[in-house]
Structure formats: C-alpha cells, structure tokens
Design a protein around this ligand. Sequence first.
Ligand code: CA
Ligand code: CA
Length: 222
Amino acid sequence: MKKRTLDNRGFTLLEILVAMAVFGVVVGAVYSAYYTQQRSYEAQTEVSFMNQNLRAAILLMERELRMAGCDPTQGANAGFTTASSNTVAFTMDIRGDSAGSDPDGDTSDSGEAITYALGDPDGDGDTDLTRNNVMIAENIDALDFVYLDEDGNVITNLASNISSIRSIQISLVARTGKADRAYVNTDSYSNQQGTTILAAQNDNFRRRLLTAEIRCRNMGLK
Ligand SMILES: [Ca+2]
Ligand SMILES: [Ca+2]
C-alpha cells in the first residue's frame, strides 16, 4: 500500500500576497525596461526616417537646380521665374516634344518648368515640401532659399536681378512624424546667413536642419 504523504496545508493568504507582489515587481521591471527600449527604438526609427526623407529631398533639388537655365539652343529663354525666400521656380530646356528627343528651344515640355515650395497636398495640416504641387517630402517645417550672385554676395533686389543668380543656399527643417513626449524641442533654426527660419516651437518633435549651397552652372553662360 502506498502511503500518501501529500501536505494538504497549501499556501496561506499571506504567502500568496507576497508571491503576487514579488511577481508584480518583476513584471513591472521587465515591462519598464521593454517600454523604455521600445520608445528609444521608435524615436531612432523616426529620426532615421526623417533624415532619409530630408537627404532625398535635398538631392533631388540639387540635381534639378543645377540644371536651372539650361538652354543649349540659347533660344528657350530658360532661367529663374520666381526667386523668393520660400519659393523657387525655374525653367530649363532639356528635351524636345517627344520623350528622349533633343532640346528644342522651348521650356514647355514635360519636366522643364519646376517649382519648389512648401504646401500641404495631402491635407493633413502638416507642411510638406512640394515639387510642382506634388509632395516629395513630408513634415517639412521650414524651407528657405538665399540667392547669390557670381561674387558670392546675397542678391537683395531679386525683382530686377533674377538673372544674376549663380548659386542658391537651400535650408530645410524636417521634423519627425510622431511626437516624443519625453523630449521638448526648444531649438530655433537658422539659414547659412544666420537668419532664423524656424523659431523655437517648444513642442515634442525632434527636428533636423539640412543646408546646401548649389551652383547653378547653367546660369550666366550666355
Ligand atoms: Ca524643350
Ligand atoms: Ca501634409
């Protein structure tokens, strides 16, 4: 015959409460570590996405602005059509009437007239960088252009000196798509001339300023 040796006393209420408390503390610590890591991972993802977004936008603008005023037949009258601190518009003669054909002395073919400005084409209330009213980078808080002449001086009277533009300083301020409650952004952002282009927002978005100077090598060739 087997002898039953089971202890039937079980746990006391106090033991259960202590066990639950210990378990709770452990779970809390694990969750807190996980949460902190998760939040920092999310912040990093947001920042790297923002940086990629910004670099791609600047690259595209650089490439096209270098072509501003491209006019191989010297008959297309290509050049800058708008040059303000937050909008730039320009033309170039880079193709003919059909795809792949040679420049034909006009700037009315596809992709020959470009405007860069801020807008909100997706209508979500956040400003975006647009190219011909199509969004190319989301969540851009500031876009700034400074126009320089052939001596590298800032052109002050652009209305009458728009054809003197030889290079452009572009400054863009992008922000992350999601706010980070653990962070407060008290920075203000300036262009290469030291002019503030975005005052301190004191909000929870991380931002990044990227600035570049582009030589418009097709300007002034005539
Ligand atoms: Ca053309
Ligand atoms: Ca938007």
